[in-house]
Design a binder for this molecule. Sequence first.
Ligand code: TXA
Ligand code: MG
Length: 323
Amino acid sequence: MYKTGTDIRKARLLLEEEELVAIPTETVYGLAANALQPMAVAKIFEAKQRPHFDPLIIHTNSLEKVYHYVTEIPPALLSLAKAFWPGPLTLLLPRKPVIPDLVTAGLDTVAVRIPRHELTLALLSELDFPLAAPSANPFGYISPTTAGHVHAQLGEKVDYILDGGPCEVGLESTIVGIENDEVCIYRLGGLSVPDIEAVAGPAILKISLSSNPKAPGQLKSHYAPRKPLLLGNLQELDRQHADSKTGVICFGEFRSLNPQAIIKNLSVTRNYKEAAAHLFAMLRELDESDCELIIAALLPGEYLGLAINDRLSRAAAGSHDII
Ligand code: TXA
Ligand code: MG
């Protein structure tokens, strides 16, 4: 793993040369490049095999710098920025022309966030450009929450992986914007809806579960393991597939009837934060194990359970055709 380390200077030099560097954040690892250079940004799309209609988030380390890239921050969004940055919040803001079309897929808004990770904040503070960074996984696959995950999948395509340890939050940022003076949430993530509403007032959920490219990045099938993932009542699924080698994702105590089952518990104590931090790594472990299929149940639809359910549903969406 010679490509992995904690050398901020090396990361900076590579980024200044318009190369790709994987960076740790509190949510998931990002695949970063200079957001102001279309040729550098193009490398991200190439490495991830990501469709160009799916816009990227830019990352920087201060509110002052954010104003270099956006024309304004509406008051409701500014109060969210002040409350939650650095943190798992992405804001959709009207962009300045300095942001290339490739970053925004031609939209008038740019997605911006200040991530909460010491190493990456130190790196960003030394750069005079923002970093465009999607999750550092091949398009459509499970997002990476360790440097090892990045290395396993994009190791060949990335010049350096800045290792900041396992991601603390484990789910992508919550994406928030404003339409007709109303705060809208476009992607559920590491910041819960009540957290947002406590600061910005009532918010409208605009989460799409379609395969409509007009809702970028919100494709129905995403975050998906290669093995089939079935969602439903866990006891029933366990009984139905008692003859197969299953991988089980559970939340709180679960006793399988299947002696072959590999059990992964998101949180024995039913703690949502812990479950969020474990979700992607456990899906990956099961995908890499010798189980034939993965079974899971949705969590209660409250707090971070909503965002976890969003990821589980999209991860399962492709499996109907397989089974
Ligand atoms: O936590 C995160 O947000 C991570 C870390 C690395 O920061 N990044 C991440 O990026 O999840 P990505 O590319 O996997 O997801 C970004 C999503 C896009 O798929 C799209 O849905 C949305 O952000 N997005 C970006 N710009 C947008 C825009 N101008 N309008 C609407 N949605 C946008
Ligand atoms: Mg992603």
